[in-house]
Design a protein around this ligand. Structure first.
Ligand code: FAD
Length: 470
């Protein structure tokens, strides 16, 4: 008899698992309580990149003279039309997923899933309808939601989440972004391009303070923010927010996360904004899932615990994606790969999920993309490291496109020549990072990259030129 797999959550972790299990011959039920595609398709990757595409079009329109085009009218963002386009893009992709479910005979159940055991899931549908699904294995892929903090009480109008930012019908004159991580920075660049005066508040002492992002890239993005007039308040935390008739007054204080702050950073200050965007983290979607009753262990913050094979503390119940929390990597393509690994394990394989070669892209302007070890991580791990670096502006294609900001940095083991990491900033580096990722997967050396013929003129030549510096 075919294996019966019940998957809870229709985001990239859940739908990738569902499609691969169905292709492998399993009987699959997919339970989704809101929209197919999850955060990624409805509130994350795709809507933000759709808005970013608009922001780039707007910026190009403002720079037409640089390309020798005269007579262009003044381009102005039309927020209702921009949001409608974003919804249209998400809708097209959502429809595609629903069609694939039908094509692969994945049973799609609408409702909230509750795990009773590895062989039973209860689905709470509309108007109190309850249904039970029997099976052999369960995969939990319920994802994450925005984290709210008491000091910044979200009212969805003046104090908003990233979900709300994707629905704004007007461009706020002044936007304060609390959180200088990936989501905060991406939205800061987008709204600056739309015309907001943006300030970013970050508790740590650098923008994009993510361990996988090389410090050189953080510096570059901070410089680009400054050039565009995005103000940065580093090593500061928002301690209070008060909604007034004219906006929101936010009190900033010294960060408890950074030691030896200069006297200037110790003082309290008050900033006023029309809208405060809270982008300080995510929480797991586990409420009502029945984890404790089923015996599925979570950590102190509620993220589900799973082993390297993605099996939870209950044999036969697996978990993938954001619901595993920041100790793994909270990205859509990681959720998808975890979905594939979990399905193979459900079907009898014994495979660990490998997190060592995960590319990550940040869609700021310019973009940032990384894979593997940063220079600091490689040194900490005792490698004898060499780090060739080149500037984006040296590329013919970059000059032709008028996209000059950026850099290529490779982290290479000087003893073996092997590529340990690649850290890129510049236009379209989110596409270019696939090359060093594959190179690392195949155990390639920097010399292999220098021997690979790259088409000219392309931005990927930056990898080739940088490898040649060794
Ligand atoms: P989700 O996508 O969150 O899907 C979980 C699904 O489960 C949801 O549809 C939810 O409705 C459903 N669900 C929850 N509980 C239940 C239940 N009890 N029963 C039934 N269904 C349930 N990642 C990238 O890789 N690239 C990016 O550019 C990127 N940009 C982002 C921008 C923003 C603003 C945000 C917020 C995130 C971004 N991410 C990005 C992260 C990415 O969206 C997540 O890593 C990814 O969506 C996680 O996938 P998932 O399948 O684990 O969960």
């Amino acid at each position: 008899m075919a294996q019966r797999i019940t998957i809870i959550g229709g985001g990239p972790g859940g739908y990738t698992a569902a499609f691969s299990a169905a292709k492998a011959g399993a009987e699959v039920t997919l339970v989704e309580s809101a929209h197919m595609g999850g955060t990624c398709l409805n509130w994350g990757c795709i809507p933000t990149k759709t808005l970013k595409a608009t922001a780039e079009a707007l910026e190009t329109a403002h720079r037409l003279a640089e390309f020798g085009i005269s007579g262009a009218g003044e381009a102005v963002p039309d927020m209702p039309a921009i949001i409608a386009r974003k919804d249209k893009v998400s809708g097209i992709l959502r429809g595609g997923l629903e069609k694939t479910c039908a094509k692969l005979k994945v049973t799609l159940l609408r409702g909230r899933g509750e795990v009773l055991s590895a062989s039973l899931v209860r689905v709470h549908g509309a108007e109190g309808a309850v249904q039970e699904v029997e099976g052999d294995r369960v995969i939990i892929a319920t994802g994450s939601s925005t984290l709210n903090i008491p000091t910044l009480p979200v009212d969805h109008e003046r104090i908003i989440t990233s979900d709300d930012a994707l629905e704004l019908q007007t461009v706020p004159k002044r936007m304060l972004v609390v959180g200088g991580g990936v989501i905060g920075c991406e939205l800061a660049f987008i709204f600056q391009a739309f015309g907001s005066k943006v300030t970013v508040v970050e508790g740590l002492d650098r923008i994009l303070p993510v361990p996988s992002i090389d410090a050189d890239l953080s510096k570059l993005i901070q410089r680009e923010m400054k050039k565009r007039g995005i103000a940065c308040e580093l090593a500061r935390t928002a301690t209070k927010a008060e909604v007034t008739e004219t906006g929101v007054q936010v009190t900033l204080g010294p960060s408890p996360f950074v030691k030896d702050l200069p006297a200037s950073a110790q003082k309290e200050s008050v900033l006023e904004a029309d809208v405060v965007l809270v982008a300080v983290g995510r929480v797991p979607n586990t409420s009502g899932l029945g984890l404790a009753e089923a015996g599925v262990e979570t950590d102190q913050r509620g993220w589900i615990k799973a082993d390297a094979r993605l099996e939870t503390s209950v044999p036969g119940i697996y978990a993938v994606g954001d619901v595993l929390g920041p100790a793994r990597v909270m990205l859509a393509h990681v959720a998808a790969m975890e979905g594939l690994v979990a399905v193979r394990n459900c079907l009898g394989a014994f495979e660990d999920m490998d997190y060592s070669k995960v590319p990550a892209a940040v869609f700021t302007s310019p973009e940032v993309a990384t894979v593997g070890l940063t220079e600091a991580q490689a040194r900490e791990q005792g490698f004898n490291v060499t780090c060739p670096q080149s500037n984006f502006r040296e590329l013919g294609k970059a000059q032709a496109m008028g996209e000059l900001a950026g850099l290529f940095k490779l982290v290479v083991d000087a003893d073996s020549g092997k590529l340990l990491g690649a850290h890129l900033a510049g236009a379209h580096v989110s596409d270019i990072i696939a090359e060093p990722t594959l190179a690392m997967l195949l155990g390639a050396t920097a010399k292999d990259l220098a021997r690979t013929i790259h088409a000219h003129p392309t931005l990927a030549e930056g990898i080739f030129e940088t490898a040649h510096l060794l």
